[in-house]
Design a protein around this ligand. Structure first.
Ligand code: ZN
Length: 308
């Protein structure tokens, strides 16, 4: 599919009719021939409301939204598409309050839309990061929010500055992608991060971290260089962690500036959103919007699950 849009206005103009949205989604998911979301068979009969699988042993009915984030919602596809554009195009994200106003839906609906979109944007890539990979962790939210500088200092001195904060580990390949994982511990140990590293980083990669004790034993399994922030040695030639810190900067500015507060339960979803934008940073807003459609299959997130 070649792109035909250059701006949000063109997107909104083009997707005026629900039938246009349906045709676009069908083409984006299947190309010319529909694929049954129940059994995977390629080929289906057209029915009044959608399709019926051609495979004899299946024969189930489905529509263009079956098995996608758009399934079983009363929200029009036109509204969904606009929400996807706004969520993926804004560099720091968009709040449910703002999205609700932009689309003339309730904040509750906007909040649900955004969470389904974040679920969709999760990176399910199994390809491992390679080359130079910077790894670091940061802490988001928590007790020092809305506290005076004096109070913050007191908390820091008493070692409580991390109370109620939630950890995020990020792994960034230089010039490549980021992967993130939320860790629910204030004092992570190598056992908390090693499985994440083993899942996402190739054995041949060169890993760069700070001097945190947690990473000390990485050398036994990986090529590993460290940067000593304590001795203000932030940049030692090519060995630095500026890339991963830059990503954390974007994540934190977005969370503080746009979302204000993110509960530990939903932090992973926000990380999905920021990671998707980071990983598609080299493409235009329109290409990013169209990329997002490739991820809309097989994502289920009900409202009940979301608020449980
Ligand atoms: Zn089927």
């Amino acid at each position: 599919m070649t792109t035909q849009f250059k701006s949000l206005l063109q997107v909104l103009d083009y997707f005026k009719e629900e039938s246009t949205c349906i045709a676009y989604l069908a083409n984006s998911r299947w190309g010319e021939t529909p694929c049954c979301p129940h059994c995977g068979n390629v080929g289906a009969y057209k029915t009044n409301r959608g399709y019926k699988c051609k495979a004899k042993e299946c024969g189930k009915k489905f529509t263009v939204t079956t098995g996608t984030i758009f399934e079983s919602t009363k929200i029009s596809l036109r509204t969904w598409f606009a929400a996807m554009y706004l969520c993926t195009a804004h560099k720091k994200g968009i709040s449910s309050l703002q999205l609700g106003r932009d689309l003339n839906v309730t904040q509750k609906t906007a909040w649900f839309l955004l969470h389904r979109i974040r679920e969709m944007l999760a990176n399910n890539q199994t390809e491992q990061l390679d080359g130079m990979v910077e790894i670091d962790e940061t802490y988001v939210g928590g007790a020092t929010k809305n506290k005076s500088n004096k109070k913050r200092r007191e908390l820091k001195e008493s070692g409580q500055q991390f109370v109620n904060k939630t950890g995020v580990v990020a792994l960034v390949q230089r010039g490549g992608e980021v992967r993130t994982k939320v860790i629910y511990t204030q004092k992570p140990k190598i056992g908390d991060v090693l499985p994440i590293i083993q899942q996402h980083v190739s054995e041949n990669a060169l890993i760069i971290t700070d001097c945190s004790n947690m990473y000390t034993n990485l050398k036994t399994n990986y090529n590993h260089e460290t940067v000593n922030h304590g001795e203000s040695e932030y940049v030692r030639g090519i060995f630095h962690t500026n890339t991963v810190e830059g990503f954390f900067g974007q994540l934190k500015r977005g969370i503080i500036g746009i979302y204000h507060y993110v509960s530990p339960k939903h932090l992973g979803a926000y990380c999905n959103e920021f990671s998707f934008r980071y990983n598609t940073r080299k493409v235009s807003d329109i290409e990013r919007f169209e990329d997002a459609f490739k991820k809309c299959n097989n994502v289920r997130l009900t409202y009940e699950k979301l608020i449980s």
